[in-house]
Design a protein around this ligand. Structure first.
Ligand code: SF4
Ligand code: SF4
Length: 353
């Protein structure tokens, strides 16, 4: 293992706000206010990331090739990308005000990307279905990583008793079937549309299906494959996985917070629809992608929430992350905290109640 002791200078960066909503943080434990410690494994030992004002200090032991250590540090902290706040002026005026409001409330959020642990991120994303990431998924992940370390996929061989030691929720049991189908998706491509198969058929062997989906094919294709070939994966889980394991920040998982906030503030008009798995497995959302990849455009593209968010381009994933933070703090599904909400003067829902 190599010892690393790196200090990065940051601007407009908040480690806690960046890590809390990110699935990458499921491989860490917060040990102090501004300090996160990576779970030990054969790849990392005693690795901590600490923020001291503008300095981000990364220390510990890693078994990553020397030339990839810098990639790892920048990707995992989210510092690979300049502050998204700097690009708000590129967005159309109609949406700019809300980006300005959210970025004022949650300043310094970036998008961490996992370069070496896609399988762990996949597991965390699967576990997060219909449950609270920060309350439940973190604690399940801690137990999983403690038991399986780098061999997390071995959880598919776990006995019922072993799974019950992680937790009793159905997400833990559903995970096994999802993982099994994810590791063999490339062995049965027959149900995929021909235009998707054309992007995959020249791969004879896929050593690491998770890395393959994140890094070796266009994210739109990876999304279609995940949704159509992997049991239990829908549009939101596919997008969450890709946002946290690729450098494509123009991906936006449509979760409950996003739906609620957008509908209540009526940011993109009324009567918007949520992504449908049966459509997402066959079509792409945007015209230019349809032309580029030669895949038909979705018939719901005029009324789908995801398409509206994708209009924000590279800011889409960041915007969704800010809404997640806002949705947890104020705009909760049940009992939104309207009285203290800083956006209430612009909110249709608030003015109509
Ligand atoms: S536009 Fe169609 S393909 Fe795109 S997310 Fe919506 S339902 Fe899915
Ligand atoms: S005023 Fe209430 S409903 Fe409107 S955005 Fe704020 S918390 Fe949500």
């Amino acid at each position: 293992m190599r010892s690393i002791n790196i200090t990065l200078e940051s601007e407009c960066y908040d480690l806690n706000l960046t890590f809390k909503p990110s699935f990458v943080s499921s491989t860490y434990k917060q040990i102090e206010k501004n300090v996160w410690k990576k779970f030990d494994s054969p790849m990392f030992r005693g690795l901590t990331i600490r923020q001291e004002k503008r300095n981000i200090l990364i220390k510990g032991l890693v078994s990553i090739d020397r030339e990839r250590i810098e990639d790892f540090v920048f990707a995992e902290t989210g510092l690979w990308h300049a502050p998204f706040e700097y690009d708000i002026h590129k967005v159309s005026k109609k949406f700019r005000w809300v980006l300005e409001e959210f970025s004022y409330l949650y300043s310094g959020v970036r998008i961490p990307v996992s370069l070496f642990e896609q399988d762990k991120i996949f597991i965390a994303v699967c576990l997060s279905k219909r449950t609270d990431y920060e309350v439940f998924v973190r604690s399940w992940m801690e137990k999983i990583l403690e038991k399986y370390g780098n061999n997390v996929l071995d959880i598919v061989y776990a006995s019922k008793e072993d799974l019950l030691k992680i937790g009793t929720s159905y997400q833990i049991f559903d995970l096994i079937d999802t993982l099994k189908s994810a590791t063999i998706f490339h062995k049965s491509l027959e149900n995929l549309p021909t235009y998707v198969k054309e992007h995959l058929h020249y791969r004879e062997r896929i050593e690491n299906p998770f890395r393959f989906l994140s890094t070796e094919i266009p994210p739109q294709i990876a999304r279609m494959v995940l949704i159509s070939k992997v049991k239990g994966i829908g549009p939101k889980t596919a997008d969450s996985y890709l946002l946290n394991t690729s450098f494509h920040t123009d991906i936006a998982p449509v979760d409950t917070h996003l739906r609620n906030v957008i509908m209540r503030l009526q940011l993109f008009g009324e009567n918007l629809k949520t992504p449908q798995s049966n459509l997402c497995s066959k079509y792409v959302c945007r015209k230019y992608v349809s032309r580029k990849l030669k895949i038909p455009l979705c018939p719901m593209s005029n009324s789908c929430i995801r398409v509206k968010i994708l209009e924000l381009g590279e800011l889409a994933g960041w915007f969704q992350t800010l809404i997640y933070l806002f949705g947890r703090e104020y705009c909760r599904k049940n009992k939104p905290q309207c009285d203290t909400c800083p956006l209430k003067k612009d909110c249709n829902y608030f003015s109509s109640t």
